[in-house]
Design a protein around this ligand. Structure first.
Ligand code: S3P
Length: 451
């Protein structure tokens, strides 16, 4: 059978970004809308659902557990007839979550109190990512989970016949929205009040959406950085429609591209600007970027805006550590901005980047070095000296965000940039190539099918 496809992007040098575009729906919100919609009572509609492989993996998982889900249609409309908190059924096969860390980590919490065994499996990258961070707290709550030797996937979550866990008071060892969400979702099924203390603000889509579905949550700010989020187990979710804004993490590539490419003036429509996600705007602005927000409004409990970016001369900065969790997925793109900035950019406090879809510190340093940039990786970040991109061939290591970041580098390169192993761009941004070409990048993909 010939079915292994390797995808290479070829991005021509030069150009600038102009016009008005809408990037696909938010990945984090798309996942959560399927999860909470499935567990709610009643029919709900999602609009703007991200039709990327990651969020579709979540959708298929819930279909496999007996939830009637229609769509998505071409506009990203999905309709769910929620089965209620105790209506999921045993899937007939392991749930294949592909490349999606969010699916696996959130489902670990949500499935810990079901009356059936379920196996969560993933691709090579997902099967090497740390899962003890979610299995540890859920096991402390009373779940029974078997993992591979080093705590990685596949995860076998064993039936919890009493459908009951014990509440926990959990201090997150790292700032992670996935771990926070996992514990809160398990907490929905626990006896008593489950609390999570986060060491720094992380994306709060789970908390917002739970409240949108009528679940009471108590959120207390402990100090500048830390918050305590508590919920009482045993409640119900009431169906609620969700309008998914465009993903600021996908918008980030165009924000960086427009900032570095002289003559750019682009508007990104209807982008989610949740305060726990806007590190990319804060960091680029601090570097001197020209970014304006318009049409700010609240849609279904999430703030959105149109974002206009014009090219600007960027300066290197020491990125404030409090911005790191707020821009955690944007550092590959920020590294491209840093390589085009005057002076040095220093990133610290970002060791989590080493356990994302790839080791993003190493992947960016390797690629930037190939393109002629003077930079080095550190244990918890990068030091990048601004310079000029030459041309060359870089490896995305199968990481969607590394691939799209290097595509933007072509806008300032002296020659073509070729990027290998780009198939996973489909996990978060399936129309990246066509959309990028409509606004000024000259890029195509080569598919090589091997036996
Ligand atoms: C996500 C949380 C982040 C982020 C990931 C999506 C989520 O991970 O990197 O892409 O939807 O909760 P961590 O919470 O592990 O930092």
């Amino acid at each position: 059978m010939s079915d292994v496809k390797s995808v290479t992007f070829v991005a021509q040098a030069g150009g600038c970004l102009n016009g008005e575009i809408r990037v696909p729906g938010d990945k984090s919100i798309s996942h959560r809308s399927i999860m909470l919609g499935s567990l709610s009572k009643g029919r709900m509609t999602i609009t703007g659902f991200l039709q990327g492989e990651d969020s579709l993996a979540t959708l298929k998982a819930f279909r496999a557990m007996g939830v009637p889900i229609e769509g998505p249609d071409e506009q990203g409309k999905v309709m769910i007839d929620g089965v209620g908190m105790h209506g999921l059924q045993a899937p007939s096969e392991p749930l294949d979550l592909g490349n999606s860390g969010t699916s696996m980590r959130l489902l670990t919490g949500l499935l810990a109190a079901q009356g059936f065994d379920v196996t969560l499996a993933g691709d090579h990258s997902l099967s090497s990512r740390p899962m003890k961070r979610v299995t540890d707290p859920v096991i402390q709550m009373g779940a029974s989970i078997t993992t591979a030797d080093n705590g990685t996937a596949p995860l076998i979550i064993h039936s919890n016949k009493q459908s009951q866990l014990s509440a926990i008071d959990y201090h997150l060892p790292m700032a992670s929205a996935q771990v926070k969400s996992c514990v809160l979702l398990a907490g929905l099924y626990a006896k008593g009040q489950t609390c999570v203390v986060e060491p720094a603000p992380t994306r709060d889509h789970t908390e917002r959406m739970l409240q949108g579905f009528g679940y009471t949550l108590d959120v207390q700010k402990l100090d500048e950085q830390r918050s305590r989020i508590c919920l009482q187990g045993g409640g119900e979710l009431t169906a609620c429609d969700i309008d998914v804004p465009s993903d600021i993490s996908s918008a980030a590539f165009f924000m960086v591209g427009a900032s570095i490419a002289k003559g750019s003036d682009i508007t990104l429509k209807h982008v989610g600007i949740n305060p726990t996600r806007i590190g990319i705007i804060n960091i680029l602005k601090q570097m001197g970027a020209d970014i304006c927000l318009a049409n700010e409004q609240e849609v279904g409990g999430e703030p959105v805006a149109d974002i206009r970016i014009r090219s600007a001369v960027l300066q290197g900065i020491h990125i404030p550590e409090d911005q790191v969790p707020l821009a955690i997925d944007e550092f590959p793109a920020i590294a491209i901005a840093a390589a085009c900035a005057q002076g040095q950019t220093i990133l610290t406090g970002a060791e989590e980047l080493r356990v994302k879809e790839s080791d993003r510190i190493q992947a960016m340093i390797d690629g930037l070095t190939i393109l002629g940039i003077d930079c080095e990786g550190t244990k918890d970040g990068m030091i990048i000296n601004g310079g000029e991109f030459t041309h060359g061939s870089v490896d995305s290591l199968g990481d969607h965000r590394i691939a799209m970041s290097f595509a933007m580098a072509a806008l300032r390169a002296k020659g073509t940039i070729t990027i290998d192993d780009c198939a996973n761009v489909n996990t978060s941004f399936p129309n990246f190539i066509s959309l990028a070409n409509t606004c000024g990048l000259t890029i195509h993909d080569n598919h090589v099918v091997s036996d």
